[in-house]
Design a protein around this ligand. Sequence first.
Ligand SMILES: Nc1ncnc2c1ncn2[C@@H]1O[C@H](COP(=O)(O)OP(=O)(O)OP(=O)(O)O)[C@@H](O)[C@H]1O
Ligand SMILES: [Mg+2]
Length: 281
Amino acid sequence: MNAAPLIRIRGLCTQFGDFVVHQDLDLDVWRGEILSLVGGSGSGKTTLLRQLLGLSQPTRGSVEVFGAPMAGGAEGPDPQMRNRWGVLFQHGALFSALSAFDNVAQPLRELRTLPPDLIRDATLQKLHMVGISPEQAQRTPAGLSGGMIKRVALARALALEPELLFLDEPTAGLDPALSEAFVNLIASLHRAMQLTVVMVTHDLDTLVALSTRIAVLADKHVVANGSLQQVMQVEHSFIQEFFLGERGQRAVQGAGVAYRANPAGDAASGQAGGHDRQQGS
Ligand SMILES: Nc1ncnc2c1ncn2[C@@H]1O[C@H](COP(=O)(O)OP(=O)(O)OP(=O)(O)O)[C@@H](O)[C@H]1O
Ligand SMILES: [Mg+2]
């Protein structure tokens, strides 16, 4: 049924001058999954996301989205393809001079095929989905809170009812309650719209709550790829630090995942297992 992946990356290499960011990187994204991409700062996550969006081009290798090769470069992706995905950039990236309503309506207006009343209804429906009232929709971003801006940006990313949603640090800068609300929103949209989601995140709670699969970017390629449980079994220094640090343990325990706190059996690692949740708040 799902014979071909939605995104297929093969032998991808990226080089800036002498500096190699990606080398022989392979990755597939399958329809319906929420794939989280994690990796240290500078490991090449944003660069990879930009290549998936056709905003920049790898040095070598192939990137296919919806079965078609991404051209990338100055002309960017085919507009037909661009209408099949939505992107939530890290800082919301709303047009500051436009109201929330006009920000969400803009991709629909750009199609130049829809009558104004249909645009209005579709826009209000998307804003409603993310919990923004018609009154709030009249405000420009300056009159909205950070959490509201993220939700408006998400409504805009969803305006064209995309099959594929890219999220760049969707919960960065949100307080824990807003972050949780945002995670719940993405989860319900994922169910309702059968979205495929590719997300870059440093936030372990978001990662644990949403991911159906995790890909770890380190050493210039994907070093681990699978469920949280599978990824955590991989003995790699980034994985050990990221998932088995104190914050990681708390997030993972919160999700009820069994894991090996100390895979080498070395009690001197300084990361004793069994921190319990009462410690966190
Ligand atoms: N246009 C460019 N020219 C030169 N170097 C670049 C360019 N774009 C990215 N890099 C370098 O490539 C590496 C990967 O950058 P990238 O932004 O993809 O990292 P990242 O994994 O998203 O990191 P972070 O978690 O900090 O956002 C970095 O060392 C960065 O300086
Ligand atoms: Mg980045």
